[in-house]
Design a protein around this ligand. Structure first.
Ligand code: GLN
Length: 542
């Protein structure tokens, strides 16, 4: 089958969940046996989101091939179980960089370089890249931003041209918002009509409309929208708020979104999607009555998107352990010796979050000391693992000034230090140790047991590492370096075996956790938290 291109655009407001709709559609097509990939085109000028503060667009996701990517790629992987790559996330910055590089090389042979055709051609080339690999039947392209934004115009122009050139092999799904006005007690369709008109003004006719809504939209209203927007009456689908994002594929399928899209692309729908494993996961969600309470200690806790993949990995792990997740965000900047007991004592497990820089770091040490001394299941991720190492040095090894050279370049005990190959790097973008690397786990370690394997591959995003000179004294004092990179010997996992569950990973296991393949170390962490919870309630019953 020739690859088919599905474009997903958004109107009215941002944050409607284009990523979730694209992922849900991909999930359904995959369950029909097709090979699907999703790519995101972001209209900002940064080359990639790696240099962005999480307050801007939330977490930076990392692909297996080491690309720092938009967090929507995390949804794509969680919903489809298909790896994304650098080719799945392209920004205006990258498009312009390519165009300017070509101009400098002389590729344009003396022509005036312009937005049309040169920038739009570069966008088109990138849109078609994954289709040319022969690996996919469907390429879903999510266009970031909202129709009407100045900065998304070149992307929409490229979409218009592709639609024109390959009309039968492409279609457009437009996501809009139908607000409910409480004072008037009415749902309003006008913003949708206007946003479709804006799309039509740039020459794109949507084939399918997905209406985000907080209230059920009556069928006559959907029919009215269809009539005003030149869309088939049954191609108007509504997406009401769902109790969990993982319900959305089923909601979309119930309204035949997958069939409508196949029809728009001239593909015969031969069988129903096999959603049995997905439904099993949803059943776990529905059946979970008891709760597991996890504290997440970090400095971006005001912003739920900053730790998106950790939240989702925890949710998946809790669900497969038949527990509801009660995730409590604990601001590391506000955590002190005086309030740590009050903040952490109800937790069944604690996560120490990744991050960069000094802000909030002391709170992480306070949390770790308390967790270690009270033997709470504790999981440190990346900076969280580095903090575990530093806290252990300060309070167990007696190295009071121990630190990471990231926080204190002149520390006398640099137990965490800049990686050797980072020392000459001056440029910030895309220069960390990024992407998936192998890690060999020590036989018999808790980490190896958790994975049920002695070799794993996980994704990284860091510049600093455990300082090998201190390895022996850690081992002797009870913090074991149980995971290392087979080539560089870089320490990837530490644990204190005598504790209930005290593990730190230099890598980010959250990036590889998906609905149908939850990450084993998260599963094991939640299992330990549940066990600890049960122990606590047994003791209090006595
Ligand atoms: N700041 C630390 C480093 O660069 C940890 C990074 C992270 O937590 N992602 O090594």
């Amino acid at each position: 089958m020739k690859p088919k291109y599905i474009f997903v655009t958004g109107g009215v407001v941002s944050s409607l969940g284009k990523g979730i709709i694209s992922s849900s559609l991909a999930c359904l097509l995959k369950a029909r046996g097709y090979r699907v990939t999703i790519q995101k085109f972001d209209p900002y000028i940064n080359i990639d989101p790696g240099t962005l503060n999480p307050y801007e667009h939330g977490e930076c996701y990392v692909t297996v091939d080491g690309h720092e990517a938009d967090l929507d790629l995390g949804h794509y992987e969680r919903f489809t179980n298909v790896h994304t790559t650098k080719a799945n996330n392209v920004t205006t910055g990258r498009i312009y960089q390519n165009v300017i590089n070509k101009e400098r090389r002389g590729d344009y042979l003396g022509k005036t370089v312009q937005i049309i055709p040169h920038v739009t051609d570069e966008i088109k080339r990138n849109v078609m890249l994954l289709g040319k690999t022969g690996d996919f039947d469907f390429i879903i392209t999510e266009i970031g931003g909202v129709v009407g934004d100045i900065e998304s115009l070149p992307f929409l122009e490229a979409v218009r041209q592709i639609r024109w050139e390959m009309s039968e092999d492409s279609c457009c799904v437009h996501l809009t918002y139908v607000p409910y006005l409480h004072a008037a007690k009415e749902l309003k369709t006008k913003p949708t009509q206007h946003s479709v008109k804006q799309l039509q003004e740039v020459g794109i006719q949507p084939d399918v409309l997905v209406l985000r809504t907080e209230k059920d939209i009556p069928s006559d209203m959907c029919a009215k929208i269809a009539r005003f927007c030149n869309v088939a009456p049954d191609a108007v689908v509504q997406s009401a708020d769902a109790p969990t994002i993982y319900q959305v594929p089923m909601n979309m399928h119930a309204q035949h979104l997958d069939e409508i899209v196949l029809r728009a692309l001239g593909v015969e729908s031969v069988r129903e999607p096999d959603m049995a494993p997905w439904k099993k996961f949803l059943r776990h969600i529905a059946d979970a009555n008891e709760t597991v309470k996890i504290g997440l200690v970090g400095k971006y806790v005001e912003l739920q998107d900053a730790y998106k993949s950790i939240n989702e990995a925890l949710f998946q792990a809790a669900t497969y352990n038949d527990r509801k997740l009660d995730l409590v965000y604990i601001h590391s900047e506000r955590l002190t010796e005086n309030n740590v007991q009050e903040k952490l004592s109800e937790m069944d497990g604690v996560i120490i979050a990744p991050g960069f820089g000094q802000r909030g770091i002391e709170g992480k040490f306070v949390a770790l000391k308390w967790c270690r001394e009270h033997d709470i299941p504790t999981f440190g991720i990346c900076l969280g693992m580095q903090c575990m190492v530093i806290e252990f040095a300060r309070n167990v090894l007696g190295l009071a000034d121990a630190n990471s050279t990231e926080m204190d370049p002149s520390t006398p005990h640099n137990v965490i230090d800049l990686m050797e190959d980072q020392k000459l790097i001056t440029s910030m973008g895309g220069t960390m140790r990024l992407g998936a690397y192998d890690c060999v786990l020590r036989k018999g370690s808790r980490a190896a047991e958790a994975y049920g394997a002695e070799k794993v591959s996980e994704r990284h995003r860091h510049r600093f590492e455990f300082n090998h000179n201190y390895r022996d004294i850690y081992e002797q004092a009870g913090m074991k370096c149980v995971g290392e990179n087979p080539e560089t010997k870089l320490v990837e996992v530490v644990e204190i075996p005598e504790k209930r569950w005290y593990i730190g990973t230099q890598y980010h296991p959250e990036y590889s956790s998906t609905v149908l393949s939850p990450n084993p170390i998260f599963l094991d962490f939640i299992k330990a938290a549940v066990r600890y919870h049960n122990e606590k309630s047994e003791n209090s019953d006595k």
